[in-house]
Design a protein around this ligand. Sequence first.
Ligand SMILES: [Zn+2]
Length: 286
Amino acid sequence: MFAYSVGRSRFDSTPARHEAATLRDFARDVLRRRARDKASAGYVCAPFGNDGRRSRANAQPRAWLAIDADGIDPDAFVSWRLKLTGWRGFGWPTASSTPEAPRERVIIELSEPVDRDQGMALGALLTQDVEDGFGAAVRIDPCTYRAEQPCFLPLEGAQPFFLLGDPIDVPKWLAQVPPPRPAPPPATAEVAALADARMRYVVDQLGQAGLLTKPLANGRGYAVRCPWESTHTTADEPGATATALLFPAEANGWMGAFKCLHAHCAPRRLGDLLAVLRAASDRAAA
Ligand SMILES: [Zn+2]
């Protein structure tokens, strides 16, 4: 028996609960709900209890798992499909799939229902299994392993496919789940060395570019002139510390951080700063 819920569109927060006696009925019900376009596509996800809202807390067990193959190299496509045929289920190309860049969603039957955590654990193993076989040639988006994550339904004209292998043997697979990893120590010597080297490079480059303003009063980093200051809406007062380079510390996972309080810079991270500095030093070297 397959329990699932179907949302009418991405905005539907109380998807209707359905049950199908067989995989064939499940596939038929899902595949008949074709959408005209991506915007109006409905979704399938786990069944929900309580008030029926699509949420993590309401998720109920389900005997299937959705794989979101978000990128498949065309050269690996046939092998990927062959791999899938070892399992039982069905799938369809996503709305953005093209022959040059195939993407697909696959519903895989499980030997027994799993709860949300088990589904995610199984999903991690599935992803590992695919990575072992395909490396980067097949990229899996792990989101759909979450019970409450919408798995969007096919568009009209999408060619579904059916997999006639075996359901995934849940007890056998779950027995392989590694024990939870202990919390990482504050910083391994390796991470610290890496973060230090990166930080030295950034400080050195900012210094050479004349962007290093002064050490922060709290000793946790440097005030810097923002490389993106031309995008700021307001100019900083002299001596302001709206833009800062922070040394490795617990709060930034011991990796160091870049912080600019100007709205345009909110999403910018240390990696963006590094990229700008590298590009500048490459230009200087050229
Ligand atoms: Zn900025």
